[in-house]
Design a protein around this ligand. Structure first.
Ligand SMILES: [Zn+2]
Length: 350
C-alpha cells in the first residue's frame, strides 16, 4: 500500500463567515468517539466527519456550496473545533462534490478518476446539465404533489425539502465552482493523522465513474458509499453508469472488496453515503462472495463454450448462491438482478 506522509496545514479556520447558515435540518449521529455522520436534505445525504489529532477530516462536501457550508458549521459545532484538515470526495455525483468550494481553504483528496470526472464537468458543461436541473425538477414535482394533496402543505418535511431545493437552486444559478482534488491517487492512499489513519481504495466504475471506499481502521468504520445496499443483491453496472467496463475492472472490484472485508471485523460499521443505515460485515461479506463466485462461474461457462442462455440455466441463484438467498431483488432500475449480472459479466468475460 502506498503511504504518503502529508503536511497538515496548521491553524486552518472554519470557513463559514458571520452570515447565518440556513436551517436545513441537519441531523448528527455520533458513531464512534472520533467519528460522526451528518445527514441532510430530501435525498438524505450523509457526510462523515472525523476528529483526529491532526485536524478534522470530512468525507464529501454537499449538494451545493451553501449546503456544504451548513454541514461544515454543524461539524464544527459537534466537535467544538474548527481545524479542518482534509476534504475527501468519495465519488463524483453532484450531491457529494458540488459543494467542494466550501472547503477551498483545505486540501481536497480524491482518486485520479474523480479528478478526471470533475475536470470533465468544467470542460463539458452539457454533461452535468441533468445534475444542475435536479433542484428545479424536484421543486416542480413537489408542486405537482401539493396540487394533488393540499394537506401536504402542513407537513414540515415538505416545507423543509422545498427550502433545501431553493437553496441549492440559488447556488446553481450563481454558478458552481467545480473544485477538483489537489491530492490524488491511482489505486490506494493512506492519510496518517496521528491517532487515526484513513485508507482510501479507488474502486472505479460502479455506482458512478469514480467510486472510492474509505476505511478508518482505528474507528472500525468503512465508508462504503453506494457500492452495496443492505438486504439487496449487488448490481453489476447500473443502467445509468455508461462507462466502458473491462474484465480487469471486475477483477479489481473483487480484489478491493475482498481486501476491505479481510481488514474488517464483526464490529465494523459499513456506512452508506445516503441515509442512516449501518451495514455489518455479516451483511456485506455474502454479497462480496456472491460477486466473486458469479464472476468465476460466468468465465468458466464462457470458456467451456456455453451460450449465454445455457450459462443462465446453469447458474440458478437459488441452488448455487445460497449465501445471498435472503437478499431482495429490489433495485429500482433492474427487475432481475441476478440475470442482469450474468448478462453484464458475460460481455466482459474473456
Ligand atoms: Zn451517488
Amino acid at each position: 500500500m502506498l503511504t504518503v506522509a502529508l503536511w497538515i496545514i496548521a491553524g486552518v479556520s472554519a470557513q463559514p463567515g458571520p452570515h447565518a447558515s440556513p436551517d436545513l435540518g441537519i441531523t448528527v449521529h455520533r458513531i464512534s468517539p472520533r467519528a460522526a455522520v451528518f445527514t441532510v436534505g430530501p435525498w438524505n445525504n450523509s457526510y462523515l466527519a472525523l476528529a483526529t489529532q491532526k485536524g478534522i477530516v470530512v468525507i464529501d462536501s454537499g449538494f451545493s456550496k451553501t449546503v456544504a457550508q451548513a454541514v461544515r458549521a454543524s461539524i464544527q459545532a459537534e466537535f467544538q473545533r474548527s481545524d479542518f484538515a482534509f476534504l475527501i470526495n468519495s465519488h463524483e455525483h453532484s450531491d457529494h462534490v458540488f459543494g467542494n468550494s466550501a472547503y477551498s481553504d483545505i486540501p481536497i483528496v480524491g482518486s485520479d478518476l474523480l479528478r478526471a470526472s470533475i475536470l470533465r464537468m468544467k470542460s463539458e458543461p452539457a454533461s452535468i446539465a441533468p445534475r444542475l436541473a435536479i433542484p428545479e425538477e424536484s421543486l416542480a414535482r413537489a408542486r405537482q404533489e401539493l396540487s394533488k394533496d393540499p394537506q401536504l402543505a402542513h407537513d414540515p418535511r415538505v416545507s423543509r425539502s422545498e427550502e433545501f431545493w431553493k437553496v441549492v437552486q440559488a447556488d446553481y444559478s450563481a454558478g458552481v465552482d467545480f473544485v477538483p482534488p489537489a491530492i490524488t491517487f491511482d489505486q490506494r492512499l493512506s492519510l496518517n493523522l496521528g491517532d487515526v489513519s484513513v485508507k482510501l481504495f479507488s474502486f472505479g466504475h460502479w455506482h458512478s465513474a469514480a467510486d472510492t471506499i474509505i476505511s478508518i481502521p482505528e474507528e472500525d468504520v468503512v465508508r462504503l458509499g453506494a457500492i452495496l445496499y443492505a438486504g439487496q443483491l449487488p448490481v453489476v453496472r447500473y443502467p445509468y453508469a455508461n462507462e466502458p467496463l473491462t474484465a480487469a475492472i471486475v477483477d479489481h472490484w473483487i480484489a478491493v472488496l475482498n481486501e476491505v472485508m479481510a481488514q474488517s471485523g464483526a464490529k465494523t460499521q459499513f456506512i452508506s453515503c445516503h441515509g442512516w443505515t449501518v451495514m455489518s460485515k455479516a451483511q456485506c461479506a455474502p454479497q462480496v462472495a456472491y460477486l466473486g463466485k458469479l464472476w468465476k462461474e460466468v468465465r468458466r461457462a464462457k470458456s467451456a463454450g456455453r451460450t449465454l442462455q445455457q450459462a443462465k440455466e446453469a447458474l440458478p441463484r437459488a441452488q448455487l448462491f445460497a449465501e445471498v438467498a435472503g437478499l431482495t431483488n429490489a433495485a429500482d432500475q433492474v427487475p432481475n438482478i441476478h440475470e442482469h449480472n450474468i448478462e453484464e459479466l458475460w460481455t466482459l468475460a474473456p
